[in-house]
Design a protein around this ligand. Structure first.
Ligand code: LLP
Length: 419
């Protein structure tokens, strides 16, 4: 099973919860996550890599709700964080620091200090100046700090250009020659333990080829380092595993593991994985209510109460999210709709040219595969309170983030006397 959303008597369910019931109690729009799908995806990866006992650090930029994080952390996951804010969330989700890895090209001095004080497992370092900064902090705090160098293997991940990160011209990581020189000159960082390599070539990668190519290059690089007497303890393979949005046929966790595990044979490496989308993507839906049907020359617009501020992926990447009516009307007739939000931008669409059952005001629609990069990328644009988040487990559900209120919109704002 790819996920735990299904129809029973024409009604959409998440696990044993009727989604319409949630809508009635919580209002719309809202995000809904399946505990079972979330944790099963984590387990799938764990099983596929069990021979290497990997540390799976869920990439929390995909979904940072505390209940989601806690669910995964309790199952043994660590977290991949990229900011002081994410470190704060990770702590609130009671993630052991020894299961935290910290990436990002622009860590501030304060963020580095917080990470060092908390005692995270590894910093994933993206540049020489950053390395110097971490050395500075480690020296000041008299701590020994473990570091992975993020290398850029210069491979094309074959994914959307906005989410590809492994080409030479991207801002991420160090090219292999630079990384080699950094390892050779590690004396310059007396308080750092340069014990890991990190590689992440992009996101929503559906083929094994680019991964294989990248990891092969990394292994050759590692052999080069070993010849110089340098031992690498941690290998972080990043995230990037693609999922099904429409007709993709991504590699499964098992296929992925089978293809790449042979590369590490004979080496005692601690493998780290940083999946975000693979775990959370198909675990969540975004539910909206139809407000109006507007017919214009040649187009039917279904105007819904969720917009690009809630789910920006269609506007940003032209991404496709399948639409599941909460109640299927059972007639065969289909009509073509653009499903758009209430925001004052032409880019505010959730789906275009979609064949759907006839829609009426009040009809509830779920957008599938919205569990990753859905809520986390949402905003208050047009002064819209952010949506509620709900977690389902079996036959129960809980609001795990309240819908924002108008008062939340102006929190921290202040009109000075001289205005
Ligand atoms: N590790 C690093 C260093 C990353 O930069 C990312 C994602 C991940 C792990 C997790 O990648 P995943 O397993 O989720 O593919 N907003 C875009 C995706 C941006 C991905 C950014 N980095 C989207 O909605 O498609």
């Amino acid at each position: 099973m790819m996920h735990d959303f299904h129809y029973k008597n024409r009604e959409l369910y998440c696990e044993s919860v009727q989604v319409k019931d949630v809508a009635r109690k919580v209002g719309t729009p809202f995000y809904l996550y399946s505990y079972k799908t979330l944790t099963e995806h984590l387990e799938k990866l764990e099983r596929a890599f069990r021979s290497m006992k990997p540390l799976i650090c869920f990439s929390m930029k995909a979904n940072s709700n505390l209940a989601v994080l806690r669910s995964l952390v309790r199952k043994g996951a660590g977290l991949d964080i990229v900011s002081g804010g994410e470190l704060f969330r990770a702590r609130k989700a009671v993630c052991p620091p020894a299961r935290l890895v910290y990436a990002g090209v622009g860590k501030t001095n304060e963020e580095i200090e917080q990470g060092v004080r908390v005692g995270i497992l590894l910093f994933n370092v993206e540049s020489v100046p950053e390395l110097e900064q971490i050395q500075h902090v480690a020296g000041k705090l008299r701590k020994r700090v473990k570091v992975s160098l993020r290398v850029n293997p210069d491979v094309d991940a074959g994914t959307h250009e906005h989410i590809a990160t492994g080409k030479r011209e991207s801002k991420f990581g160090l090219d292999l020659d630079t990384a080699f020189r950094v390892f050779q000159g590690s004396d310059r960082y007396p308080d750092l333990d340069l014990c890991g390599i990190h590689v992440h070539i992009g996101s929503q990668i559906v083929r094994g080829g680019p991964f294989l190519k990248a990891f092969r290059k990394v292994m050759i690089f590692m052999t080069r380092l070993e010849k110089q007497g340098r031992k690498i303890e941690y290998l972080n393979l990043g995230g990037g595993l693609g999922i099904i949005y429409s007709d993709e046929q991504p590699q499964t966790a098992d296929e992925f593991a089978k293809r790449i595990l042979p590369l590490f044979r004979g080496r005692k490496l601690k493998i780290i994985l940083e999946p975000g989308r693979f775990i959370a993507g198909n675990s969540g839906i975004f539910v909206t209510r139809t407000l109006y049907i507007k017919r214009t020359a040649g187009r039917n617009f279904a105007i819904v109460d969720g917009g690009m501020n809630d789910l920006i992926r269609p506007a940003l990447y032209d991404s496709y999210h399948e639409i599941w009516p909460l109640v299927v009307n059972g007639t065969a007739a289909k009509y073509k709709y653009d499903v758009v939000g209430p925001i004052c931008e032409s880019g505010d669409f959730l789906a275009r040219n979609r064949m759907l059952q006839e829609l009426e005001p009040g009809d509830l629609l779920a957008f599938a595969s919205a569990g990753a990069y859905g809520f986390t990328m949402s905003s208050n644009y047009n002064a819209r309170p952010r949506a509620a988040e709900v977690l389902v487990q079996g036959s129960r559900f809980a609001v795990v983030r309240k819908r924002e209120k108008h008062a939340d919109l102006i929190r921290g704002e202040h009109i000075p006397k001289w205005v």
